[in-house]
Design a protein around this ligand. Structure first.
Ligand code: FES
Length: 126
């Protein structure tokens, strides 16, 4: 868990260091960067752990650290299936691999190795 926290802190530090150079010349860029630094929250239902991730982040690493098993990491084996309890609209659209494995149109089961959290809050269990 500490590793994830350090990575997020590192991302913020990189953003803060980068920000002044861009903002000085272009306020529009400032708004875009602030938007890109928005954080989403992934919640693990079994222990109520909440992990903050930058919007549009892959969720595989934090899911693995929470105990979700992984094997192929390419959307083929189905080992990393998670159930989305809330906020499925805040995940990226299912990939072709997810459609092939889980069936078209599913939003309540996802392959953790394939999806990203786009924004907001998403509650999952496994
Ligand atoms: S690890 Fe194989 S489908 Fe995700």
């Amino acid at each position: 868990m500490t590793f994830v926290g350090l990575r997020i802190v590192s991302d913020f530090i990189n953003g803060i260091v980068f920000l002044p150079n861009v903002v000085a010349n272009n306020p529009t860029e400032h708004k875009a960067i602030n938007k890109s630094l928005s954080m989403a929250t992934l919640i693990f239902d079994h222990n109520q752990e909440e992990v903050n991730l930058p919007d549009h982040s892959p969720i595989a690493e934090v899911c693995e650290e929470a105990g979700v098993p992984f094997a192929c990491t390419e959307g083929v084996c189905g080992t990393c299936v998670i159930e989305v309890k809330e906020g499925s609209e805040n995940l990226s659209p299912p990939t072709k691999e997810e459609g092939d494995f889980l069936g078209e149109g599913t939003r309540h089961e996802r392959l953790a190795c394939q999806c990203r959290i786009q924004k907001g809050r998403v509650r999952v269990c496994f």
